[in-house]
Design a protein around this ligand. Sequence first.
Ligand SMILES: [Zn+2]
Length: 320
Amino acid sequence: MLKKSLSILILLIAAWVPTTSGGSASRRLEVAITFDDLPVILTLHDDKSWAEITNKLLTTFKQSKAPIIGFVNETKLYSNNELDPARVALLKAWLDAGLELGNHSYSHHSLNSTPLADFEADVLRGEKLTRGLMAQRQKQLRYFRHPFLHTGRSVETRDQFVSFLHLHGYSVAPVTIDNSDWIFARAYDNARDANDFAAMKQIAAAYVPYMEAKFAYYENQSNKLFGRDIKQVLLVHANAINADHFKDIIAMLQKRGYKFITLQDALTDKAYASPDTFTGAGGISWLDRWALTRGVPKDFFQGEPRTPAFVLKLAEVQSE
Ligand SMILES: [Zn+2]
């Protein structure tokens, strides 16, 4: 009798374990972590703050053993039109930590509002130093990340630009786990500049659950679109909140069951070959682009986590 009750109990538990959310053993969760706006995006522009942020990020990366890629805006290597060796040293530190770098354009303009020829010139201007630094380490510059994830307002512009990238040895670096870490970062910087440590703590406490909710949301979108967990690509920025708290994001992802993979590995997932005809104004997740291309109903996008109102207020940002 006891044995029978026990087996019924086991059956009940097995039936209850969720299969589309949480860390079910049958799931294979993998993510490539990508950082944009290198070497650093911060309200302060002093070399000391930038070095501190870079060092903290690299320490976290080393502990996590994640094969991270960082996308560079070379305009930031200059101060008063002079190349700043201290800033170039930050990129060297990324490479010397065994990490990869990609091109994020020189000036961080939007392809949605910049003539194609000007935008392409800015991409080539944005590789001058990075390509050489990588070559010195027997590495090749091979990925491009669109600033603001703006990929062009017409199919012609978008496709012509992709052909230009291929001609110059680049592949597009898509993003599936899109989020507003930049709003949290701006709020965090404002609090830091005001020496408001209580606000910094409050923002950081909201940041990790927000990112976990974003992962849960996009995992669910992946399962709705593909019937499985695709290899995801996370976009975050080289900012102060990540310097201080990305280790908590890593811990959250490990607890969730994630394995950290290279961007190259992520892009082997055939989901990335899905049709994409998106030419809208938004800089949105590729999961959203594939869904829109398929013509999903509007309620497909319901439930996307929002940035808390107090963070928007502290960031002085009106809306996401
Ligand atoms: Zn950017």
